[in-house]
Design a protein around this ligand. Structure first.
Ligand code: 5GP
Ligand code: MN
Length: 337
């Protein structure tokens, strides 16, 4: 991993000198946010430290089974307790995000806390709201970076069933089970060591990917059958879902996860977008194959960010306007590619 060595010493000093550590992941936490937070929590707790975990909002159903997930505090569930935890922390470690807005409603309380702050992340263009920034965009998942950091802190490999499983969840979810994302030989060497240590691949895969409701499958059918548009003259396609579509399919958090990747399987399509109508705004997800940076596109047009091939953002107007705006923007950027 690039440059981790020089950060390990500093991080060790910080974790050794802090009696009370708070790990924080991003709003709408995905498998990597929860996987990397739980893995680091399992490790730090094993060294005898007092460590708490906080998520700005609720976990998706398919992550609740993970060992330690019941110990994650949810800001929206108990703000008072969360604020107390934030104020009592001497060290706050951000996992899997690099912009303060990704803290959702918890942003103010966390950013204003006097604690020393560390960011551990793999997204491009980190904002400088932490005292120590450990950012490595060559890692396919923050979980991969956590593996490197823990190996450094521990002065050698660390393993426990719960820790290994959490890292594995982070890596498979951020690569779509090794289908996309920037995984490397190094990722696979880590995965090999996790499997050698006994991670139950089939169980984890099943808990993550074979856990859908019938409604969710039908929503996927609807998305592909009548909510997908190819932007003619460009290699882009988009899918949209209205609030009504979600209600009609008993939408549960996380149900649209993965939908944005589907158009990339179409011959000639290398950019895909998903627009989901939320309360008061449109959530945008973007994916690409190849050199088109959806991170740059998300920053420029949708007030967002992410990675070169996977990014997201938001749009504050109607769904129709969002789709028209996307089509215009994509034509600007992609016509003739
Ligand atoms: P997803 O499309 O799966 O929600 O997110 C893809 C990637 O883009 C993730 O790495 C996520 O952290 C990032 N991302 C998603 N939405 C936003 C957003 O609104 N702002 C920023 N800065 N990043 C986002
Ligand atoms: Mn991630």
């Amino acid at each position: 991993m690039v440059n981790s060595g020089k950060y390990i010493k500093k991080l060790r000093e910080l974790t050794d000198s802090s009696g009370n550590i708070l790990l924080v992941c991003h709003v709408n936490p995905d498998g990597d946010a929860i996987g990397s937070m739980l893995a680091f929590w399992h490790y730090l707790s094993s060294t005898g430290k007092i460590v708490n975990m906080l998520s700005p909002n609720y976990l998706q159903e398919f992550l609740l089974w993970m060992n330690g997930a019941e110990n994650i505090n949810i800001y929206l569930r108990n703000r008072k307790k969360a604020v107390r935890m934030i104020n009592e922390a001497g060290l706050i470690i951000f996992l899997d995000f690099n912009q303060p807005s990704r803290l959702g409603e918890a942003e103010r309380a966390i950013i204003n806390s006097p604690a020393v702050k560390v960011m551990i992340d793999h997204h491009v263009d980190p904002h400088t709201f932490a005292d120590l920034i450990i950012s490595d965009t060559s890692c396919c998942a923050t979980a991969e970076l956590i593996h490197e950091i823990v190996t450094g802190l521990n002065r050698g490999p660390y393993s426990s069933t719960a820790y290994d499983e959490a890292l594995y969840v982070g890596i498979i979810t951020d690569t779509g089970n090794f289908e996309h994302g920037s995984f490397t030989g190094n990722t696979l060497r880590i995965v090999a060591s996790l499997i050698d240590s006994g991670v139950d691949r089939e169980k984890v895969f099943s808990m993550i990917y074979n856990n859908f409701s019938v409604d969710r499958m039908r929503l996927q059918g609807l998305a592909l059958y009548s909510r997908m548009k190819i932007i003619e003259g460009t290699p882009a396609a988009c899918i949209w879902l209205t609030k009504e579509d979600l209600i009609n399919h008993s939408y549960a958090k996380g149900d649209t996860e993965g939908f944005v990747n589907m158009p990339l399987s179409i011959k000639g399509i290398s950019v895909a977008a998903l627009f989901v109508e939320k309360e008061g705004f449109i959530k945008v997800s973007l994916r690409s194959h190849g050199s088109f940076s959806v991170n740059d596109f998300a920053v420029r047009y949708f007030n967002g960010g992410g990675h070169n091939n996977a990014a997201g953002g938001e749009f504050y107007d109607t769904l129709d306007k969002a789709l028209g705006y996307f089509e215009d923007s994509i034509r600007n950027e992609l016509a003739g590619i």
